[in-house]
Design a binder for this molecule. Structure first.
Ligand code: BG6
Length: 287
């Protein structure tokens, strides 16, 4: 850890011991605070000054070198969902990433660049910019000689006031696969409400999505580029109880709106090219 101290920026970036003996970066800017675990390059916290945290982190989360953290923003790569004999949602969230660079930008925002330990034929970097907004960039380069195919997703868990008081806009008229009902459908709601277990993969959509939270009195906006899929997930009652690393009632305070390229939107990348997935999360008080 001592050689990582060179990445500290006094007053803005501090290296600290996180839960379970895992290292994390604490970030402070004039607008916000954030935390990033090197394990999984996992952003576990982002909060604008004077506002409730934007990201949900489970109180039951494990912090273990071989397990994913529950909450925040797990990086899903190179596959989405289960894979027999292999970790769910890929291995990127289960390995310790290296710090490549930390920078304070001219406008006062702080940029952290992390790099996944080398994997065959892929060069993977993650750039997190903490300021008045939280900007995320996942870059996957194909360093091999053949076409590469993979899935990516930034599996963002948002903190909400109460599941009964939120609605999601931006997905009307988008086709999706309903993983609960195991069927395809077209979204008809301009404001989606969550009234039971929801696990949907929306396809071919680059639209910004907003979460309107009337309890906290906040609108969260998720803008993205280089992403053709949006996933909406809330485990509801039975699944929450079945997850060891998630509180039985925590489904009331969280909502996942995930941006990526999954299943039929998976990325097929020619050699020498780089796929860039960008997500910017911002929030405003509800008028
Ligand atoms: C969502 C999936 O993205 O992640 C769900 O659509 C899954 O099906 C959820 O249950 C959580 O996955 P995990 O592996 O973190 O428990």
């Amino acid at each position: 850890m001592s050689d990582l101290k060179k990445f500290e920026i006094p007053g803005h970036v501090t290296l600290a011991d996180g839960n379970g003996g895992l290292s994390k970066l604490l970030i402070e800017t004039e607008w916000s605070t954030a935390e990033i675990y090197l394990h999984g390059a996992h952003v576990t916290h982002f909060q604008k000054k004077g506002e409730a945290p934007l990201l949900f982190l489970s109180e039951a989360s494990e912090f273990h070198a071989e397990k994913p953290i529950r909450g925040g923003i797990p990086i899903i790569f190179p596959w989405f969902g289960p894979r027999e004999g292999l970790p769910s949602h890929g291995f990127a969230r289960n390995v310790e990433w290296d710090i490549k660079e930390t920078t304070q930008l001219a406008d006062g925002a702080v940029r952290i660049c992390l790099r996944m330990p080398a994997v065959e034929f892929h060069d993977v970097e993650y750039i997190v910019t903490v300021g008045d907004t939280l900007a995320l960039e996942l870059l996957v380069g194909n360093t091999g000689e053949k076409e590469a195919s993979f899935e990516t997703c930034l599996h963002t868990y948002f903190q909400i006031g109460s599941i009964d008081d939120v609605s999601i806009t931006g997905l009307k008229d988008t086709g999706y696969f309903d993983k609960v009902k195991e069927t395809g459908a077209l979204e008809t709601a301009s404001a989606i409400r969550i009234e039971g277990e929801v696990d949907r993969v929306y396809f071919d959509t680059t639209a910004a999505v907003e979460i309107i939270d009337t309890k906290i009195g906040r609108k969260i906006r998720i803008e993205k580029s280089g992403s053709a899929s949006t996933v909406v997930w809330n485990p509801w009652i039975a699944k929450s109880k079945a997850m060891a690393d998630f509180g039985d009632d925590e489904y009331l305070q969280m909502l996942c709106v995930e941006s990526g390229n999954v299943t039929k939107n998976k990325i097929i990348l020619p050699p020498g090219e780089c796929a860039v997935l960008k997500v910017e999360v911002s929030s405003v008080e509800l008028a």
